[in-house]
Design a protein around this ligand. Structure first.
Ligand code: MG
Length: 373
């Protein structure tokens, strides 16, 4: 029987690669719906090739070849066996919740969903018997390593270090958008690539891991590993370490997540060779240069609305950076400032989370406007 899947964000980096995976596994999948934002031309091309029943885009009148539905209708449609949430940023949260409420499994590529509302989302998934399979390569690696979570001592998340690993603080401060987007190992969307340059991405991943695997923050370690071959590891209570290795390609974690618990050859292009790779390096992150990492750990440990504030300030500042309006370090300064002013709500509900998110974004814009150009 074919697995029925919808892809939220099919025109983005993860969405396009997911369709490449599905194209290789045509006999395994049937596409229920594809959704996009503004890239309607590409969406219509995808509709022609993959023939989903339904589609959504920011302007549904421009959709050709599939029945237009709202995001809410798509995510509550029980024809879906699984929904791949491949949108970027806070827009992932509401549709994910709708799908979970309807008992539909989630392949989650949107870490902001767990950063903003991890407690609520994970509790809801448990209540509704929904599997949340991580697509993020580090969490996918940990998911593959873990047999029994209660025997796990530490989660070890690897970080490539991004384009500024070997650069000075001064060089990083004055980095251009192009330099920040030139990731040495991973080809990803713009927002996540900037997050990888500041290591905020790793910070968000620590929070994501805390929720997915229910581990305390002091049991989640980050190690810099420039080759991006070890995608993450776990250390068991007896000191045994299990790591997942592979060539850096998002096709593999995407395929794992949408086919789990099965495994297929799918899009695999090349066999893994230890001798070709020859060496693997690891080092402690530079906590002074990459302040984002500490900010994220702190936000996670505080919990409640703190990660919502962290995420909103970061996302807003990254947009401004991408438009060339602020410097790279202003992103982290904005996050630090907004975090220091944040009035914590201990157990925010979903509406409160969205209210806080909105408020922090406005305040972030105000803060950034006052910066010298
Ligand atoms: Mg990742």
């Amino acid at each position: 029987m074919k697995r029925k899947i919808s892809i939220l964000g099919s025109t983005g980096s993860i969405g396009r690669q997911a369709l490449e995976v599905i194209d290789k596994l045509k006999d395994k999948f049937e596409i229920v719906a594809l959704t996009a934002g503004n890239n309607i031309d590409l969406l219509n091309e995808q509709i022609k090739i993959f023939k989903p029943k339904y589609a959504y885009a920011s302007d549904i009148n421009l959709i050709k070849g599939a029945k237009p539905l709202s995001l809410d209708e798509i995510c509550s449609n029980k024809e879906n066996d699984i929904i791949l949430v491949a949108v970027s940023g806070k827009v992932g949260l509401r549709p994910t919740i709708t799908a979970i409420k309807n008992g539909i499994d989630i392949a989650l590529a949107n870490k902001e969903t767990l950063v903003m509302a991890g407690d609520i989302v994970m509790a809801m998934a448990k209540e509704n018997g929904v599997n949340i399979i991580p697509v993020d390569s580090e969490h996918c690696a940990i998911h593959q390593c873990i047999k029994n979570i209660s025997q796990v001592e530490n989660l070890i998340i690897t970080a490539s270090g991004g384009p500024f690993l070997k650069k000075s603080v001064e060089e990083m401060k004055n980095a251009t958008v192009e330099q920040a987007l030139a990731h040495p190992k991973w080809n990803m969307g713009k927002k996540i690539t900037v997050d990888s340059a500041t290591l905020m991405n790793k910070g968000l991943e620590v929070i994501e891991a805390h929720h997915l695997f229910n581990k305390e923050y002091d049991k989640i370690k980050v190690v810099v590993h420039p080759q991006s071959i070890v995608h993450s590891a776990i250390e068991y209570v007896d000191g045994s370490v299990i790591a997942q290795l592979g060539l850096p390609s998002m096709h593999i974690p995407i395929q794992y997540a949408i086919t789990y618990p099965e495994r297929y050859e799918g899009i695999k292009s090349k066999s893994f060779s230890f001798s070709e790779i020859a060496r693997l390096d690891f080092e402690e992150p530079d906590w002074n240069k990459f302040k984002a990492l500490n900010l994220a750990y702190n936000a996670g440990k505080i919990g409640g609305s703190a990660p919502v504030c962290l995420n909103a300030a970061n996302e807003e500042a990254v947009f401004e950076f991408l438009q060339g309006k602020i410097k790279l370090f202003d992103i982290i300064n904005a996050v630090e400032y907004l975090m220091s002013k944040h009035e914590l709500i201990k157990n925010p509900n979903i509406d409160e989370i969205f209210d806080i998110d909105k408020e922090i974004r406005l305040k972030t814009k105000e803060y950034l406007k006052l910066l010298p150009v």
